[in-house]
Design a protein around this ligand. Structure first.
Ligand code: ZN
Length: 200
């Protein structure tokens, strides 16, 4: 297919098409939008990207992404240091922070165990978690992992490893979402909600 634009523009479109949620068609639209808004959006975006390349680091303690190391969460003295919330990815950490779900510290695994995709324990930050959990100040490890087969097998694997460490291991409740109607839930969710019922 002949290219409709010069190589610089084609390159921009190709790179945009690699972003999650963007196919070739929407990448073309995004590229055109950026080109039309060169001063208002494209230049500030390019500057923000350059800034990110120079300043963003992975936190050496928890694996969060930030412009300071240790990250803002790890460096915050008002955080409850007795609980570590284990998440698969930075996106999950950010989601919990947006929800103001807990005022604790985190540990980013970098994925979940997945034999089918060839992801084993050595590919994840599990040793570092066990070391952090062995600190006498840490009393609880909260496994905030997805309710998928991989998420739950990762949770079981970590729970077994933490058997030696003197910590309480908890996991997120599985069940009815806030605002959810019972007859719309799938059977698995409904059964899990019934199993993890709590006193009212
Ligand atoms: Zn951190």
């Amino acid at each position: 297919m002949p290219a409709a634009a010069g190589p610089e523009i084609e390159r921009l479109i190709q790179l945009l098409a690699r972003l999650p949620g963007l196919g070739p068609r929407s990448a073309r639209r995004a590229a055109l939008f950026l080109i039309k808004k060169r001063e208002a959006i494209m230049a500030p975006l390019a500057a923000a990207l350059q800034n990110a390349i120079e300043k963003i680091e992975v936190c050496r303690t928890c694996g969060n992404i930030d412009t300071q190391n240790p990250c803002t969460v790890c460096a915050d003295p008002r955080r409850d240091g007795s609980a570590i919330v284990v998440v698969a990815d930075v996106a999950d950490l950010w989601a919990l922070e947006r929800a103001h779900a807990i005022n604790a510290r985190y540990h980013v695994l970098g994925g979940t165990l997945s034999p089918l995709d060839g992801v084993g324990p050595d590919d994840l930050s599990i040793d570092a978690l066990v070391e952090r959990a062995s600190d006498p100040d840490v009393k609880e490890v909260v496994l905030a992992l997805s309710a998928t087969v991989d998420g739950q097998s990762t949770a079981h694997y970590i729970t077994d490893l933490l058997h030696e460490a003197n910590v309480k291991v908890t996991r997120l409740a599985h069940g009815v979402p806030v605002g959810g109607e019972l007859d719309y839930l799938d059977e698995g969710t409904l059964a899990a909600a019934m199993r993890s019922r709590t006193p009212f």
